[in-house]
Design a protein around this ligand. Structure first.
Ligand code: NAX
Length: 334
């Protein structure tokens, strides 16, 4: 099989460190597909990326054909089949949202342009760096020759966190839990929705009603415990671990690409993809949806019923996405 060229930005950071070895081991594209890694960093991150590359060499991974490290986006994306955009400008104390969006526009705009000019025709892009949905919008806007549906932002971590919480609450194996959905923005406004989910083939709402002693108690658990716990899990990890999610974020990024390229199998997953107006989500934003893939990229699952509770929460998260889009428009970057 031909080798796949994968570009990882922010490769010297903590998610990068958790990601590279698993890609090289074949966890992302399968044990039969050789990979070439391109690591893009800013100058001050190059040493950390070089250190990771030395360790990759020491693993002697049979599938790993080459590792190149650069601080030049054109070089990093040249011929790339898959781009995982992890490096971003974090929010620092006192930074306003507009400043954060502007700083990231300065990263994701040029990277989108470099993808447009240099990536392979079959390029697929996943944005991990925050604010991920709007960074995806910025990168896609700077890449007019790449179809917008080749870009996505990562909400698979939120999805997997939701599955993990249901698994713990119901005492059920995560493998038996299907069709959870994350809607909206990868932020505290996201809506983790279990209304269509099943556990071992049984509706999750029924299983929760049994577990908590009635439908009202189950609804309270969803509103008061489950939704906020999933939406704020990133902060919980920081509080307990002392630094932000890294291995779980890398695992989710790998699962996102793997399912996009190899297919989702039974049920659906979640990813923030370009809205064409599905489920009343404003056209043109990158919003999380229920998605499936047959290997050719993610497609939004259609025909699901949205109840009033879900409607209000989806609308609130999409309103935040639109506010981010407007702020970026005011900056003149899209
Ligand atoms: P780190 O600070 O450990 O690493 C980021 C790396 O990116 C650094 O090495 C830095 O030098 C590099 N970088 C910065 N600007 C760059 C540029 N213009 N080009 C290339 N590299 C650049 O952060 P880490 O913990 O790895 O997190 C990376 C990003 O993922 C952050 O924006 C974080 O908020 C985001 N996350 C997104 C998640 C998601 O589910 N979508 C979950 C995990 C994580 O919070």
């Amino acid at each position: 099989m031909d080798a796949t060229t994968i570009t990882v930005t922010g490769a010297g950071g903590q998610i990068g460190y958790a990601l590279l070895f698993r890609i090289a081991a074949g966890d992302m594209l399968g044990a039969d597909r050789p990979v070439r890694l391109r690591l893009l960093e800013i100058p001050q991150g190059l040493k950390a990326a070089e250190g990771a590359a030395l360790e990759l060499q020491d693993c002697a991974f049979p599938l790993l054909q080459s590792v190149e490290i650069t601080d030049d986006a054109a070089t990093a994306f040249d011929g790339a089949n898959i781009a995982m955009l992890v490096g971003a400008r974090p929010r620092t104390a006192g930074m306003e949202r507009a400043d954060l969006l502007a700083a990231n526009a300065g990263i994701f705009g040029p990277q989108g342009a470099a993808l447009n000019a240099h990536a392979a025709d079959d390029i697929r892009v996943v944005v991990v760096g925050n604010p991920a949905n709007t960074n995806a919008l910025i990168a896609a806007a700077a890449a007019p020759d790449i179809p917008g549906d080749r870009f996505a932002a990562l909400t698979r971590l939120d999805h997997d966190r939701a599955v993990g919480q249901l698994s713990a609450a119901l005492g059920a194996a995560s493998a038996g839990i299907q069709n959870v959905t994350i809607w909206g923005n990868h932020s505290a406004t996201q809506f983790p929705d279990v209304s269509h989910a099943t556990v071992d083939g049984r509706p999750v709402p029924d299983a929760l009603a049994e577990r908590f002693g009635g439908a009202d108690a189950a609804a309270s658990w969803l509103d008061d415990e489950f939704v906020p716990r999933v939406a704020k899990r990133g902060a919980e990890i920081i509080a307990v671990r002392g630094s932000s999610s890294a291995a779980s974020a890398a695992n989710a990024a790998i699962a996102h690409v793997r399912d996009s390229v190899l297919g989702t199998g039974a049920g659906w997953t979640s990813a923030a993809v370009l809205s064409h107006g599905e489920y009343g989500v404003a056209e043109g934003v990158y919003s999380s949806f229920p998605v499936t893939s047959d290997g050719g990229g993610y497609r939004i699952v259609d025909g699901l019923e949205i109840d009033a509770r879900a409607r209000a929460r989806i609308d609130a998260s999409v309103a935040e996405l639109l506010a981010e889009r407007d702020a970026v428009r005011e900056l003149g970057v899209i």
